[in-house]
Design a protein around this ligand. Structure first.
Ligand code: 6PG
Length: 242
């Protein structure tokens, strides 16, 4: 099932996203005594993470039963300004008092990004108790989208986009001349819930292309089609303006 919700501005979108996270988290904890979420990076989620860190929201989400993962990470240390971990930690995680074992960081600081990807794949296999060729089923994966239609660190034309065996790969992004570590489509498409958060006029054209575009223009974000999960697009009015 996929759904598009449009909000007047980023503050309203953050409220909407927080409500969805609360709903999914409470359902997951009541069913399996835990909530597994993969956070997205970039700048869009900052408003949401800051809202979730506020007292009123902090009390509504079962954080002590929550395990936090990332959809992708840059090839940098956790203290680097570009680190997705650093952004989420500063805006939210450092204020929650989570048991350290509940935070599953991608080790982007490793000199060899392939080692970081392998480590993370092992972390996923251990945590989700996966058999060979089995993908984890996250309760929720948050995603953003780039103006080129990339999501997580699955950029157009990159090898990571074609990966169907590994759960996590090091992905060389020629467009940025950098390595990224990213979950792969088999993981994204096995999630119980995937939620895209998209704000800003600079995303209006890509949102239009994906929602209205012809099939031939297959952007990475369009390949996120959860096999048996819910797909939710939360847009602010500028991102939805076309
Ligand atoms: C990352 C994200 C990436 C992001 C988009 C949108 O590591 O950068 O995972 O997929 O969601 O690039 O980024 P903005 O929110 O900054 O526009």
């Amino acid at each position: 099932m996929s759904e598009v919700k449009i909000y007047s501005d980023t503050a309203q979108l953050a409220q909407g996203a927080a409500n969805e996270i609360k709903r999914i988290a409470q359902s997951a904890v009541s069913q399996s005594q835990r909530f597994t979420i993969a956070l997205s990076g970039g700048s869009t989620p900052k408003t949401l993470y800051g809202l979730l860190a506020e007292e009123t929201w902090r009390a509504q989400i079962p954080w002590q039963q929550t395990h936090v993962f990332w959809g992708d990470e840059r090839h940098v240390s956790p203290s680097h300004l570009d680190s997705n971990f650093r952004m989420a930690n500063e805006a939210l995680l450092s204020k929650l008092g989570l048991p350290p074992g509940n935070i599953h960081r991608i080790t982007g600081e490793l000199a060899d990004p392939a080692s970081a990807a392998h480590e993370y794949e092992q972390e996923l296999k251990n945590f989700f108790n996966l058999s060979a060729n089995q993908a984890p089923r996250f309760d929720l994966i948050l995603l953003g989208i780039g103006a080129d239609g990339h999501t997580a660190s699955l950029f157009p034309g990159t090898a990571g986009l074609r990966e169907r065996e590994h759960l996590c790969v090091a992905n060389w992004v020629e467009q940025l001349s950098t390595w990224r570590i990213t979950l792969t489509l088999p993981v994204l498409n096995n999630a119980a819930n995937v939620m895209f958060l998209v704000t800003g006029a600079d995303k209006a054209h890509i949102v239009h292309s994906i929602v209205e575009g012809e099939e031939r223009e297959l952007y990475p974000a369009q390949l996120v089609q959860p096999t048996s999960g819910n797909l939710l697009w939360l847009l602010d009015s500028t991102a939805a303006s076309r």
